[in-house]
Design a protein. Structure first.
Length: 294
């Protein structure tokens, strides 16, 4: 975002994130209401104001001489009224760069180039997750002017908004190796491996009476096999919070992250596990659920 705002102007680089309009820097970014989920705060950190829209007409009304770009959150595609192609058409109509966050949206591997080919001016994704690179690194792809502008807003340059977010040389090399390795990987074989890991955990926990397992694949973000393990609290007298505490305090310690309010189920993905860890996870969840069963 900083690269879009400043280009190669060193004085503008020094200005961020304060007094954008006084410095002649565009100060607004258009984003769909359905694409607000907290991560847009990274854009606000540069000093811009976010302008929420819902329809194409809203975009036409919102675009003005202060507009710097139009931002799209890929994982919320289904929630928004404007999809990729129309968003790009609107950006072209108003002569604005269209940016997209695909942080958790690989796999499929084709997403590494799909959005560049579609015409987005900048594509950003996480270096961790399925790519298995350093969690503090990532990939920024886009037009040369935006990437060059982003680089001068970052380390080793000192008076920049990105100085505190520097990525060290070891992480850069790790990111390169991970990305290269990911592209060369056999993705069909990898998917089968994930399905096998899910099956191992499912077979273990379903031995507990009353436990149900549902396997789904999220359509966009974290597009890998995902399992929901649900139990009857009347039969298995343990809450999700209590299960989490027991798994955390056990040996080995296993951490589960809770989403939603359902205290009688947990969601698991397996694509970040190392070989053999699915057996440990299945065994420990089985032990805790079976010990709580009447």
């Amino acid at each position: 975002m900083a690269g879009i705002l400043t280009g190669m102007d060193q004085e503008k680089v020094k200005q961020l994130p304060h007094g954008l309009e006084e410095a002649g820097i565009k100060s607004e970014v258009i984003i769909q209401k359905a694409h607000f989920d907290g991560y847009e705060h990274a854009l606000s950190n540069t000093g811009i104001s976010l302008v929420p829209v819902e329809t194409a007409d809203d975009v036409d009304k919102a675009a003005n001489e202060k507009t710097a770009s139009m931002h799209f959150l890929n994982c919320n595609t289904l929630e928004g009224k404007i999809k990729h192609e129309e968003w790009l058409q609107l950006a072209k109509k108003h002569n604005l760069p269209a940016t997209i966050d695909i942080a958790a949206d690989v796999p499929p591997v084709s997403n590494l180039w799909k959005f560049n080919d579609m015409g987005f001016s900048f594509v950003a994704l996480s270096g961790g997750k399925a790519i298995c690179g350093p969690q503090s690194a990532g990939v920024l792809m886009g037009t040369k002017d935006i990437v060059d502008g982003a680089k001068i807003n970052n380390a080793p340059n000192g008076r920049t908004i990105g100085r505190g977010m520097k990525v060290n040389k070891e992480e850069m090399l790790g990111m390169y190796a991970a990305l290269r390795g990911y592209i060369e990987r056999d993705h069909d074989e990898e998917w089968k491996m994930w399905e096998n890991r899910v099956a191992v955990i499912e077979d273990a926990v379903k031995k507990v009476k009353g436990v149900e397992v549902a396997v789904t694949v999220p359509p966009i973000a974290n597009h890998t096999p995902k399992m929901n393990i649900k139990w009857d609290r009347k039969q298995t007298k343990v809450s999700r919070s209590e299960l989490g505490d027991s798994l955390r305090q056990g040996n080995p310690s296993i951490e589960i992250i809770a989403w939603g309010d359902d205290e009688s189920s947990i969601d698991l993905t397996v694509f970040m596990l190392k070989p053999g860890q699915e057996k440990i996870v299945g065994k420990r969840i089985f032990e805790e659920l079976s010990s709580a069963s009447s």
